[in-house]
Design a protein around this ligand. Structure first.
Ligand SMILES: NC(=O)c1ccc[n+]([C@@H]2O[C@H](COP(=O)([O-])OP(=O)(O)OC[C@H]3O[C@@H](n4cnc5c(N)ncnc54)[C@H](OP(=O)(O)O)[C@@H]3O)[C@@H](O)[C@H]2O)c1
Ligand code: SF4
Ligand code: SF4
Length: 377
């Protein structure tokens, strides 16, 4: 495993961190985690040198923290820094903050959280944290030894990102960053801005929720032309580790094979590894992706459950698949096979999901696009 400096803190973080938002499942229910497999995967990653594990209150319908807590029993807790997040949208007083932290400590079976984040900050949530004096609350929790450091994860525009960065001497933050998102949300400019202030940068969604792992045929061809042979995942991850501002890359690994592959890629990583030609190849991939103009859903599931049972991310995934060359028939068949309530056509446009989407997607409008694509054929 390669280790990298974590901002100004006295901590060398593993290049690869374990993101526990996409643990293996036994059924299509997010709460139905395959615990045995998930625990094996987390422990194996730690044995191979991963020393940063990231979870959050809502992951897997509230079960994610419990499974991470189980994985970290038997001495594994001492080998890692543990990160989890305050569900900012659920707190209305400092008492709520106390209550959620106490619950999280219990679920995670630990007496302290090393890195505690205000989850998924945007303009409104930051205003709320300021109004509730969340930072004063966090400093008290640090004094009590309940949390080690306070940070935030972020989904909004760059201006808001800089405003939050400037508001407090944060030791770290977590941003969505991958080769498609250099100009989106915090983006490359935000990454550099925060790093210049000495903040550690934890990268989330490095494969854009898996999209960069499974390239459409026409994009895969760009890689075939490169003299350097590596998998799409290796291209995407090594591009991140190439940048000195990136501290650790969280990967939401769903299978043992993915853990093994990503560990192997991480062991090959280093700053300034890629040649200018290789960076140009990544730029070509990005350009080709942009031409496809898909729905930019990262399958984070934050919009679920829909009160009417619509499986929002699955509909968007099938839509995106459909517009890759030669893949329409297959995607169309899979759409028709969805249970009726899960189909885009079951959306009643109540709007409940829209404000939960970190990508700012106009979900009901886009579901309408899905219906049109799959019913007008
Ligand atoms: N704070 C926040 O607001 C927030 C938001 C999002 C994420 N996060 C954190 O950041 C972590 C990372 O984000 P992410 O889960 O979106 O990461 P990601 O790496 O962009 O996406 C993970 C998905 O990529 C695919 N994948 C990973 N490794 C692969 C490999 N070697 N080969 C093929 N496919 C591979 C898998 O998709 P398949 O399932 O298709 O196999 C996996 O589910 C999360 O787990 C979570 O801890 C935080
Ligand atoms: S707008 Fe549609 S998809 Fe969103 S929560 Fe309402 S019914 Fe579900
Ligand atoms: S629609 Fe938005 S909230 Fe829902 S899974 Fe996709 S990116 Fe996440």
């Amino acid at each position: 495993m390669q280790y990298r400096q974590f901002g100004k803190l006295n901590f060398q973080v593993s290049a690869l961190g374990f993101g526990a938002m996409r643990l293996p499942l036994k059924s299509h229910e997010q709460t139905d985690i395959d615990e045995t497999q998930a625990i094996k995967m987390i422990r194996y990653a730690i044995e191979q040198g991963v020393n940063y594990v990231d979870t959050a209150y809502p992951y897997h319908g509230g079960k994610g923290e419990i499974v991470v807590g189980k994985a970290l029993k038997d001495g594994y807790r001492q080998k890692v820094k543990l990160a989890t997040k305050m569900p900012v949208w659920l707190v209305n007083t400092q008492k709520d903050m106390d209550r959620y932290l106490t619950e999280q400590l219990q679920k995670l079976n630990t007496d302290h959280i090393d890195f505690y984040l205000f989850h998924s900050l945007d303009k409104d949530r930051w205003t709320k944290i300021e109004r509730l004096k969340g930072l004063e609350w966090a400093e008290k929790a640090i004094q009590k030894g309940l949390i080690g450091h306070i940070g935030f994860s972020f989904h909004d525009d760059r201006q808001t990102f800089k405003k939050i960065v400037d508001a407090y001497p944060w030791p770290f933050c977590q941003i969505q960053y991958n080769y498609l998102d250099t100009d989106f949300q915090a983006g490359e400019e935000g990454l550099k801005y925060a790093a210049q202030k000495g903040m550690a940068i934890v990268v989330m969604e490095p494969l854009r929720g898996g999209r960069l792992a499974h390239l459409p045929e026409e994009i895969e061809k760009i890689l075939e032309q490169s003299p350097v042979k590596r998998s799409p995942v290796a291209w995407a991850l090594l591009w991140l580790w190439n940048q000195k501002e990136v501290s650790t890359v969280l990967s939401g690994m769903s299978t043992f094979q993915q853990v093994k592959e990503n560990l192997k890629i991480a062991s090959q990583s280093r700053i300034n590894l890629l040649t200018p030609e290789e960076i140009e190849t990544i730029a070509k991939l990005k350009k080709a992706f942009n031409k496809l103009s898909p729905i930019n859903c990262t399958r984070c599931n934050y919009c679920l459950p829909c009160p009417n049972g619509v499986n929002i991310p699955r509909n968007f995934e099938l839509y995106n698949n459909a517009f890759q060359s030669g893949a329409f028939e297959d995607a169309h068949r899979q759409y028709l096979a969805l249970p009726e309530e899960e189909k885009a056509s079951s959306c009643l446009e109540c709007g409940d999901c829209e404000e939960k989407c970190p990508q700012g997607l106009a979900i009901p409008d886009l579901l309408n696009k899905v219906v049109q694509a799959f019913t007008e054929q």
